[in-house]
Design a binder for this molecule. Structure first.
Ligand code: LMR
Length: 394
Protein backbone atom coordinates (compact mmCIF):
# COMPACT_ATOMS: atom_id res chain seq x y z
CA UNK A 1 0.00 0.00 0.00
CA UNK A 2 2.54 2.57 1.08
CA UNK A 3 4.45 2.13 -2.16
CA UNK A 4 1.67 4.12 -3.85
CA UNK A 5 2.50 7.23 -1.88
CA UNK A 6 4.28 10.07 -3.57
CA UNK A 7 5.84 13.08 -1.93
CA UNK A 8 3.45 15.85 -0.82
CA UNK A 9 4.20 19.50 -1.44
CA UNK A 10 6.21 20.98 1.40
CA UNK A 11 4.61 23.69 3.51
CA UNK A 12 6.42 26.86 2.49
CA UNK A 13 6.33 28.45 5.92
CA UNK A 14 7.39 25.41 7.91
CA UNK A 15 10.17 24.38 5.52
CA UNK A 16 11.58 27.90 5.84
CA UNK A 17 11.94 27.34 9.60
CA UNK A 18 13.87 24.16 8.85
CA UNK A 19 16.23 25.99 6.48
CA UNK A 20 16.75 28.72 9.09
CA UNK A 21 17.68 26.19 11.77
CA UNK A 22 20.25 24.63 9.46
CA UNK A 23 21.92 27.94 8.56
CA UNK A 24 25.16 28.16 10.61
CA UNK A 25 25.47 31.97 10.36
CA UNK A 26 25.21 33.63 13.78
CA UNK A 27 23.95 36.85 12.20
CA UNK A 28 20.89 35.16 10.61
CA UNK A 29 17.48 36.76 11.16
CA UNK A 30 14.26 34.71 11.26
CA UNK A 31 11.27 36.60 9.87
CA UNK A 32 9.47 33.40 8.85
CA UNK A 33 6.85 31.49 10.81
CA UNK A 34 4.19 33.52 12.63
CA UNK A 35 5.37 33.08 16.20
CA UNK A 36 5.86 36.07 18.50
CA UNK A 37 9.40 36.63 19.70
CA UNK A 38 10.70 39.13 22.22
CA UNK A 39 13.79 41.29 21.63
CA UNK A 40 16.09 38.38 22.53
CA UNK A 41 14.37 36.09 20.04
CA UNK A 42 12.55 34.08 22.72
CA UNK A 43 8.87 33.10 22.65
CA UNK A 44 7.89 33.49 26.30
CA UNK A 45 5.05 31.85 28.22
CA UNK A 46 2.76 34.75 29.11
CA UNK A 47 2.55 35.60 32.82
CA UNK A 48 -1.19 34.93 33.09
CA UNK A 49 -0.78 31.62 31.27
CA UNK A 50 1.86 30.48 33.78
CA UNK A 51 -0.36 31.52 36.67
CA UNK A 52 -3.42 29.78 35.20
CA UNK A 53 -1.40 26.63 34.60
CA UNK A 54 -0.16 26.67 38.19
CA UNK A 55 -3.72 27.01 39.37
CA UNK A 56 -4.79 24.09 37.19
CA UNK A 57 -2.01 21.88 38.52
CA UNK A 58 -3.16 22.60 42.05
CA UNK A 59 -6.91 22.52 41.56
CA UNK A 60 -7.75 20.26 38.63
CA UNK A 61 -8.92 16.94 40.06
CA UNK A 62 -9.67 14.98 36.89
CA UNK A 63 -8.48 14.51 33.36
CA UNK A 64 -11.63 12.65 32.31
CA UNK A 65 -13.10 13.51 28.89
CA UNK A 66 -14.87 16.80 28.34
CA UNK A 67 -17.78 16.94 25.87
CA UNK A 68 -17.21 16.53 22.14
CA UNK A 69 -17.61 20.29 21.80
CA UNK A 70 -15.07 20.91 24.56
CA UNK A 71 -15.81 22.69 27.81
CA UNK A 72 -18.95 24.86 27.38
CA UNK A 73 -17.38 27.62 29.48
CA UNK A 74 -14.57 27.90 26.95
CA UNK A 75 -17.16 28.45 24.22
CA UNK A 76 -18.90 31.09 26.32
CA UNK A 77 -15.77 33.12 27.05
CA UNK A 78 -14.48 32.88 23.50
CA UNK A 79 -17.80 33.87 21.94
CA UNK A 80 -17.81 36.90 24.22
CA UNK A 81 -14.17 37.75 23.40
CA UNK A 82 -14.59 37.46 19.63
CA UNK A 83 -18.21 38.41 19.05
CA UNK A 84 -18.93 40.66 22.03
CA UNK A 85 -22.69 41.19 22.10
CA UNK A 86 -23.09 41.18 18.31
CA UNK A 87 -25.28 38.06 18.25
CA UNK A 88 -27.57 36.51 20.92
CA UNK A 89 -25.82 33.55 22.56
CA UNK A 90 -28.57 31.13 21.52
CA UNK A 91 -27.74 31.78 17.87
CA UNK A 92 -24.07 30.77 18.16
CA UNK A 93 -23.00 27.13 17.97
CA UNK A 94 -19.40 26.48 18.98
CA UNK A 95 -16.90 23.65 19.32
CA UNK A 96 -13.35 23.68 20.59
CA UNK A 97 -10.83 22.58 17.98
CA UNK A 98 -7.12 21.75 17.77
CA UNK A 99 -5.94 25.31 17.12
CA UNK A 100 -7.17 27.78 14.53
CA UNK A 101 -6.22 25.38 11.75
CA UNK A 102 -8.50 22.76 13.30
CA UNK A 103 -11.29 25.34 13.32
CA UNK A 104 -10.74 26.13 9.64
CA UNK A 105 -10.76 22.45 8.80
CA UNK A 106 -13.92 21.74 10.82
CA UNK A 107 -15.60 24.81 9.30
CA UNK A 108 -14.84 23.59 5.80
CA UNK A 109 -16.14 20.14 6.71
CA UNK A 110 -19.34 21.72 8.00
CA UNK A 111 -19.72 23.54 4.67
CA UNK A 112 -19.19 20.21 2.91
CA UNK A 113 -22.08 18.72 4.88
CA UNK A 114 -24.40 21.68 4.45
CA UNK A 115 -23.51 22.96 0.98
CA UNK A 116 -21.16 20.57 -0.84
CA UNK A 117 -21.35 22.56 -4.09
CA UNK A 118 -20.53 25.92 -2.58
CA UNK A 119 -17.47 27.70 -3.93
CA UNK A 120 -15.06 28.98 -1.30
CA UNK A 121 -13.66 32.41 -2.15
CA UNK A 122 -10.38 33.37 -0.54
CA UNK A 123 -8.15 36.40 -0.83
CA UNK A 124 -5.22 36.46 -3.21
CA UNK A 125 -2.90 36.23 -1.34
CA UNK A 126 -3.94 34.34 1.77
CA UNK A 127 -2.39 32.05 4.37
CA UNK A 128 -1.17 29.15 2.17
CA UNK A 129 -2.84 26.55 4.38
CA UNK A 130 -6.28 27.89 3.38
CA UNK A 131 -6.08 26.75 -0.26
CA UNK A 132 -4.13 23.69 0.78
CA UNK A 133 -6.94 22.38 3.02
CA UNK A 134 -9.68 23.48 0.61
CA UNK A 135 -7.99 21.57 -2.22
CA UNK A 136 -7.29 18.57 -0.03
CA UNK A 137 -11.00 18.40 0.79
CA UNK A 138 -11.81 18.60 -2.93
CA UNK A 139 -13.87 21.75 -2.55
CA UNK A 140 -14.46 24.30 -5.27
CA UNK A 141 -12.65 27.58 -4.82
CA UNK A 142 -11.99 30.95 -6.41
CA UNK A 143 -9.84 33.88 -5.40
CA UNK A 144 -10.53 37.58 -5.06
CA UNK A 145 -7.94 40.32 -5.39
CA UNK A 146 -6.88 41.78 -2.07
CA UNK A 147 -3.47 43.44 -2.08
CA UNK A 148 -2.16 46.35 -4.11
CA UNK A 149 1.60 45.81 -4.32
CA UNK A 150 2.14 49.39 -5.49
CA UNK A 151 0.60 51.04 -2.46
CA UNK A 152 1.07 48.20 0.05
CA UNK A 153 -2.61 48.66 0.81
CA UNK A 154 -5.84 46.70 0.30
CA UNK A 155 -6.96 46.66 -3.33
CA UNK A 156 -10.49 47.46 -2.28
CA UNK A 157 -11.85 48.16 -5.74
CA UNK A 158 -10.36 44.91 -7.07
CA UNK A 159 -11.75 43.02 -4.09
CA UNK A 160 -15.30 44.30 -4.58
CA UNK A 161 -15.12 43.77 -8.33
CA UNK A 162 -14.10 40.13 -7.92
CA UNK A 163 -16.59 39.47 -5.14
CA UNK A 164 -19.24 40.81 -7.50
CA UNK A 165 -19.14 37.35 -9.14
CA UNK A 166 -20.03 35.47 -5.92
CA UNK A 167 -23.08 33.21 -6.36
CA UNK A 168 -25.84 32.73 -3.76
CA UNK A 169 -24.67 30.29 -1.09
CA UNK A 170 -20.97 30.71 -1.89
CA UNK A 171 -18.67 31.07 1.09
CA UNK A 172 -16.30 34.03 1.36
CA UNK A 173 -13.27 33.56 3.57
CA UNK A 174 -12.13 36.82 5.20
CA UNK A 175 -9.37 37.58 7.69
CA UNK A 176 -10.92 39.15 10.80
CA UNK A 177 -7.86 41.35 11.39
CA UNK A 178 -4.10 41.39 10.84
CA UNK A 179 -4.31 39.92 7.34
CA UNK A 180 -1.87 37.05 6.81
CA UNK A 181 0.36 37.44 4.78
CA UNK A 182 0.02 41.09 3.80
CA UNK A 183 -0.63 43.06 7.02
CA UNK A 184 -3.03 45.27 5.02
CA UNK A 185 -6.51 45.44 6.54
CA UNK A 186 -10.00 46.65 5.74
CA UNK A 187 -11.09 49.89 7.40
CA UNK A 188 -14.50 49.86 9.11
CA UNK A 189 -16.20 51.66 6.18
CA UNK A 190 -14.65 49.05 3.88
CA UNK A 191 -15.97 46.23 6.08
CA UNK A 192 -19.41 47.80 5.70
CA UNK A 193 -19.02 47.86 1.92
CA UNK A 194 -18.02 44.18 1.87
CA UNK A 195 -20.96 43.31 4.14
CA UNK A 196 -23.43 45.10 1.86
CA UNK A 197 -22.08 43.38 -1.22
CA UNK A 198 -22.11 39.92 0.37
CA UNK A 199 -25.64 40.49 1.62
CA UNK A 200 -26.74 41.35 -1.93
CA UNK A 201 -25.03 38.17 -3.13
CA UNK A 202 -26.60 35.98 -0.40
CA UNK A 203 -23.11 34.75 0.44
CA UNK A 204 -21.98 33.13 3.68
CA UNK A 205 -18.97 34.82 5.33
CA UNK A 206 -16.33 32.61 6.95
CA UNK A 207 -13.96 34.62 9.12
CA UNK A 208 -10.51 33.47 10.17
CA UNK A 209 -9.43 35.49 13.20
CA UNK A 210 -6.06 34.28 14.45
CA UNK A 211 -4.42 37.50 15.65
CA UNK A 212 -7.01 39.36 17.73
CA UNK A 213 -5.15 41.85 19.91
CA UNK A 214 -2.08 42.10 17.65
CA UNK A 215 -3.39 44.90 15.44
CA UNK A 216 -5.27 47.84 16.95
CA UNK A 217 -6.16 46.17 20.26
CA UNK A 218 -8.52 43.40 21.33
CA UNK A 219 -11.75 45.34 20.83
CA UNK A 220 -10.94 47.10 17.59
CA UNK A 221 -9.54 43.90 16.10
CA UNK A 222 -12.88 42.19 16.72
CA UNK A 223 -14.98 44.99 15.23
CA UNK A 224 -15.05 43.73 11.61
CA UNK A 225 -15.93 40.19 12.71
CA UNK A 226 -18.67 41.51 14.97
CA UNK A 227 -20.16 43.69 12.24
CA UNK A 228 -20.28 40.67 9.92
CA UNK A 229 -21.74 38.38 12.60
CA UNK A 230 -24.51 40.89 13.30
CA UNK A 231 -25.42 41.34 9.63
CA UNK A 232 -26.01 37.79 8.36
CA UNK A 233 -28.21 34.81 9.21
CA UNK A 234 -25.22 32.51 8.84
CA UNK A 235 -21.55 33.19 9.52
CA UNK A 236 -18.69 30.82 10.34
CA UNK A 237 -15.83 32.03 12.52
CA UNK A 238 -12.55 30.22 13.17
CA UNK A 239 -10.66 31.76 16.08
CA UNK A 240 -7.22 30.86 17.39
CA UNK A 241 -5.74 31.33 20.86
CA UNK A 242 -2.28 30.34 19.68
CA UNK A 243 -0.96 33.84 19.18
CA UNK A 244 -2.83 36.13 21.55
CA UNK A 245 -2.34 33.72 24.48
CA UNK A 246 1.04 32.49 23.18
CA UNK A 247 -0.03 28.84 23.58
CA UNK A 248 0.93 27.68 20.10
CA UNK A 249 1.71 24.06 20.94
CA UNK A 250 -1.39 23.57 23.09
CA UNK A 251 -3.58 23.68 19.97
CA UNK A 252 -6.38 25.86 21.22
CA UNK A 253 -8.99 27.14 18.83
CA UNK A 254 -12.72 27.34 18.33
CA UNK A 255 -15.17 27.12 15.47
CA UNK A 256 -18.30 29.22 15.85
CA UNK A 257 -21.34 29.08 13.60
CA UNK A 258 -23.86 31.89 13.74
CA UNK A 259 -27.30 30.45 12.95
CA UNK A 260 -30.46 32.29 12.02
CA UNK A 261 -32.34 31.16 15.14
CA UNK A 262 -31.95 28.89 18.14
CA UNK A 263 -33.42 25.82 16.40
CA UNK A 264 -30.97 26.12 13.53
CA UNK A 265 -28.23 26.69 16.11
CA UNK A 266 -29.04 23.39 17.86
CA UNK A 267 -28.71 21.37 14.67
CA UNK A 268 -25.49 23.18 13.75
CA UNK A 269 -24.15 22.43 17.23
CA UNK A 270 -25.01 18.75 16.88
CA UNK A 271 -23.35 18.56 13.46
CA UNK A 272 -20.21 20.29 14.70
CA UNK A 273 -19.91 17.88 17.63
CA UNK A 274 -20.43 15.01 15.18
CA UNK A 275 -17.59 16.32 13.00
CA UNK A 276 -15.28 16.57 16.02
CA UNK A 277 -16.09 12.94 16.81
CA UNK A 278 -15.29 11.84 13.26
CA UNK A 279 -11.99 13.66 13.07
CA UNK A 280 -10.42 13.50 16.52
CA UNK A 281 -13.19 12.84 19.05
CA UNK A 282 -12.57 15.20 21.97
CA UNK A 283 -10.70 18.45 21.34
CA UNK A 284 -7.55 19.28 23.35
CA UNK A 285 -8.52 20.71 26.72
CA UNK A 286 -5.47 22.10 28.51
CA UNK A 287 -5.06 25.30 26.50
CA UNK A 288 -8.81 25.88 26.46
CA UNK A 289 -8.95 25.57 30.24
CA UNK A 290 -6.04 27.98 30.61
CA UNK A 291 -7.85 30.51 28.41
CA UNK A 292 -11.09 30.05 30.36
CA UNK A 293 -9.26 30.48 33.67
CA UNK A 294 -7.68 33.72 32.45
CA UNK A 295 -10.79 35.20 30.92
CA UNK A 296 -12.98 34.49 33.96
CA UNK A 297 -10.55 35.84 36.56
CA UNK A 298 -10.41 39.66 36.60
CA UNK A 299 -6.82 39.81 37.82
CA UNK A 300 -5.43 37.25 35.39
CA UNK A 301 -7.42 38.81 32.60
CA UNK A 302 -6.08 42.28 33.31
CA UNK A 303 -2.52 40.96 33.40
CA UNK A 304 -3.00 39.02 30.15
CA UNK A 305 -4.41 42.11 28.43
CA UNK A 306 -1.55 44.24 29.71
CA UNK A 307 1.06 41.79 28.40
CA UNK A 308 -0.75 41.41 25.08
CA UNK A 309 -0.78 45.18 24.77
CA UNK A 310 3.00 45.29 25.45
CA UNK A 311 3.48 42.76 22.65
CA UNK A 312 1.27 44.75 20.28
CA UNK A 313 2.93 48.07 21.00
CA UNK A 314 6.37 46.48 20.69
CA UNK A 315 5.52 45.32 17.18
CA UNK A 316 4.13 48.75 16.26
CA UNK A 317 7.36 50.30 17.49
CA UNK A 318 9.42 47.94 15.33
CA UNK A 319 7.25 48.85 12.35
CA UNK A 320 7.84 52.55 12.94
CA UNK A 321 11.61 51.99 13.33
CA UNK A 322 11.80 49.95 10.12
CA UNK A 323 9.81 52.46 8.08
CA UNK A 324 12.02 55.21 9.48
CA UNK A 325 15.29 53.43 8.65
CA UNK A 326 14.04 52.71 5.15
CA UNK A 327 12.95 56.30 4.62
CA UNK A 328 16.43 57.48 5.53
CA UNK A 329 18.26 54.89 3.49
CA UNK A 330 16.05 55.03 0.39
CA UNK A 331 15.45 58.80 0.50
CA UNK A 332 11.81 58.04 -0.19
CA UNK A 333 8.55 57.26 1.53
CA UNK A 334 7.88 54.13 -0.50
CA UNK A 335 8.20 51.86 2.54
CA UNK A 336 5.96 53.96 4.79
CA UNK A 337 3.19 51.40 4.37
CA UNK A 338 5.12 49.12 6.75
CA UNK A 339 4.19 51.43 9.61
CA UNK A 340 0.54 51.44 8.51
CA UNK A 341 0.24 47.66 8.40
CA UNK A 342 -1.10 45.86 11.43
CA UNK A 343 -0.46 42.52 13.05
CA UNK A 344 2.51 40.23 12.94
CA UNK A 345 3.10 40.34 9.20
CA UNK A 346 3.88 42.71 6.39
CA UNK A 347 4.30 41.89 2.77
CA UNK A 348 7.33 43.78 1.56
CA UNK A 349 6.14 43.44 -2.03
CA UNK A 350 9.17 42.08 -3.84
CA UNK A 351 10.05 39.12 -6.05
CA UNK A 352 11.03 35.61 -4.88
CA UNK A 353 14.46 36.32 -6.42
CA UNK A 354 15.07 39.26 -4.11
CA UNK A 355 13.76 37.26 -1.16
CA UNK A 356 16.34 34.62 -2.08
CA UNK A 357 19.06 37.29 -2.28
CA UNK A 358 18.19 38.46 1.22
CA UNK A 359 18.49 34.90 2.45
CA UNK A 360 21.68 34.02 0.58
CA UNK A 361 23.64 37.24 1.03
CA UNK A 362 22.32 38.50 4.35
CA UNK A 363 20.91 35.47 6.20
CA UNK A 364 17.51 37.15 6.39
CA UNK A 365 14.69 34.62 6.20
CA UNK A 366 11.25 35.71 5.03
CA UNK A 367 8.56 33.69 3.23
CA UNK A 368 9.02 33.57 -0.57
CA UNK A 369 6.11 35.93 -1.20
CA UNK A 370 8.11 38.51 0.85
CA UNK A 371 6.04 38.13 4.01
CA UNK A 372 8.00 39.25 7.07
CA UNK A 373 7.24 38.43 10.67
CA UNK A 374 7.80 41.83 12.26
CA UNK A 375 8.15 40.22 15.71
CA UNK A 376 11.31 38.51 14.43
CA UNK A 377 13.08 41.89 14.49
CA UNK A 378 14.67 43.87 17.30
CA UNK A 379 16.35 47.27 17.61
CA UNK A 380 19.66 45.78 16.38
CA UNK A 381 18.32 43.90 13.38
CA UNK A 382 15.99 46.64 12.07
CA UNK A 383 18.88 48.66 10.55
CA UNK A 384 20.47 45.43 9.26
CA UNK A 385 17.24 44.51 7.45
CA UNK A 386 16.76 48.06 6.13
CA UNK A 387 20.28 48.12 4.68
CA UNK A 388 19.89 44.63 3.19
CA UNK A 389 16.63 45.71 1.49
CA UNK A 390 18.45 48.67 -0.06
CA UNK A 391 21.50 46.59 -1.01
CA UNK A 392 19.28 44.01 -2.67
CA UNK A 393 17.81 46.77 -4.83
CA UNK A 394 14.24 46.35 -3.55
C1 LMR B 1 2.00 31.44 10.02
O1 LMR B 1 1.27 31.88 9.13
O2 LMR B 1 3.24 31.53 9.98
C2 LMR B 1 1.39 30.78 11.23
O3 LMR B 1 0.01 30.82 11.14
C3 LMR B 1 1.94 29.44 11.49
C4 LMR B 1 1.45 28.41 10.53
O4 LMR B 1 0.91 27.40 11.01
O5 LMR B 1 1.60 28.58 9.32
Amino acid sequence: MLEHLSEQPKDKILSLSEAYREDPRTTKVDLGVGVYKDASGHTPVMRAVKAAEQRLVEQQDTKAYTGLAGDPQFSNVMIKLVLGDAVPRDRVAAVATPGGTGAIRQGLELIKLAAPDATIWYSDPTWPNHPSIINYLGMKSKTYRYFDANTGNVNYVGMLTDLGAVMPGDVVLLHGCCHNPTGANLTMPQWKGVIELLQQKSAVPFIDIAYQGFGDGLEKDGAGTQAVAAAFDNVLIAASCSKNFGIYRERTGILMAVAKDSDECKIAQQNMAFLNRQNFSFPPDHGARVVTTILTDPELRADWQAELEEVRLGMLDLRAQLADELRKRSNSDRFDFLAEHRGMFSRLGTTPDKVETLRRDHGIYMVGDSRMNIAGLNADTVPVLAQAIIDAGI
